[in-house]
Design a binder for this molecule. Structure first.
Ligand code: ADP
Ligand code: MG
Length: 365
């Protein structure tokens, strides 16, 4: 695999980089992914390259959603952060786009509209990939969070241009490899969030690698229910009872022993559990955390997740934290710089850590 950092001492002023980033954010406050895209863009500009930015955003289903899912507001964000104009292109007339890019001065920046407005993106359409590739002289994938998808701008495009992994993608791969391959022991895995079915690949992969797997959130509800505990109207997944039966017998799996109930729902881990999880976290030298331990969007049920975030930030362990909601929580607590690595990947991180080969990364090899 080639990394963009290999071009560190190159002059790129005659080059046009087609750069796939992940601007799949709710709004401008959803800063982790936006901020994480900046180092690669700056790297390219510093060496004189023109940059054509590609991204998707959300799941636009109909023409009605064009405004809702536009990338336009991100051009403003980038212009401000980079101190240069960013030309937003609101059409897909590739001939015209190409002419504009060729005419532009070195270090010009273009941002195309949401690629999911085109049917071919998610179908990995070769024609679309070819058109996107025609806009530049080389390709960089910096969109770790969508690298588990075989999409035209992530996968098929690599057949048409020399392709590199960007700075963010490189950082993701190296940080995740650190916990996946020969992690310093004891390794503690902390899992929460909504569905155990989303995370079962990761659990299986780490069942023999992790000293303890601490479980909260909707995942714990499913396991508590399997144990026969009355969880009322709580969020859980009855279809996962088979796998759950195995997990509740496993000594490495640590379940909550107290919890907060509101309107017949288990919505957070309780104080005794926080204390117990804290004690275990103190012993760790490597920590992986994905998924909030309660319904943290409501302040009343954020205590468990916040306590765990703080315990991780205080521990001397190397930590990797990922997941859309989990990283949002860490940012809101101001703990970003006290975590070893905050992954921009949700599903992509789960798949990578479960040992799956991600198509967008493999295509660079
Ligand atoms: P991430 O995006 O960090 O990977 P998930 O998408 O798996 O996390 O799950 C996040 C969601 O899970 C949050 O919206 C949170 O409110 C919800 N959640 C966690 N625990 C509970 C619970 N006990 N009851 C209801 N919702 C929960
Ligand atoms: Mg989520």
């Amino acid at each position: 695999m080639h990394y963009l950092t290999e071009l560190k001492s190159k002059n790129l002023s005659k080059e046009i980089c087609v750069l796939r980033v992940d601007f799949n954010v709710k709004d401008i406050k959803d800063a982790l992914r936006l901020e994480a895209s900046l180092p690669t863009i700056k790297f390219l500009l510093k060496r004189g390259a023109k940059v054509v930015l590609l991204s998707h955003r959300g799941r636009p289903k109909s023409k009605k959603s064009l405004n809702e899912f536009s990338l336009k507001f991100i051009a403003k964000f980038l212009a401000k952060k980079l101190g240069r104009p960013v030309k937003f292109i609101n059409h897909f007339d590739f001939q015209k786009i190409k002419e504009a890019v060729i005419k532009a001065a070195p270090k010009s920046i273009f941002l195309l509209e949401n690629l999911r407005f085109l049917g071919g993106e998610e179908k990995n359409d070769a024609e679309l990939a070819k058109r996107l590739a025609s806009l530049g002289t080389f390709f960089v994938n910096d969109a770790f969070a969508v690298s588990h998808r075989k999409n035209a701008s992530v996968y098929a495009i690599t057949k048409f241009l020399t392709s590199y992994a960007g700075l963010l993608l490189e950082n993701e791969i190296k940080s995740l490899d650190k916990v996946l391959k020969n992690p310093r022991q004891p390794l503690i895995l902390i899992l929460g969030g909504a569905k155990i079915s989303d995370k079962i690949g990761l659990i299986k992969k780490f069942l023999n690698k992790a000293r303890h797997i601490l479980i909260g959130g909707g995942l714990a509800n499913t396991l508590l229910w399997t144990k026969g505990i009355d969880i009322g109207q709580s969020l859980y997944e009855p279809k996962m009872s088979g796998i759950a039966k195995g997990l509740i017998k496993n000594k490495r799996v640590v379940l909550p022993n107290d919890w907060l109930v509101y309107k017949k729902q288990v919505l957070d881990i309780g104080p005794l559990t926080i204390q117990r999880f804290n004690e275990i976290i103190k012993t760790a030298r490597t920590i992986i955390w994905n998924g909030p331990l309660g319904y943290f969007e409501d302040k009343r049920f954020r205590r468990g997740s916040a306590a765990i975030a703080k315990a991780i930030s205080r521990s001397g362990a190397f930590s990797v934290v990922g997941g859309g909601e989990t990283t949002q929580l860490v940012l809101s607590l101001g703990l970003k710089n006290r975590i070893g690595f905050l992954s921009t990947g949700g599903g992509a991180m789960l798949e990578y850590l479960a040992g799956k080969k991600l198509p967008g990364i493999n295509a660079l090899k």
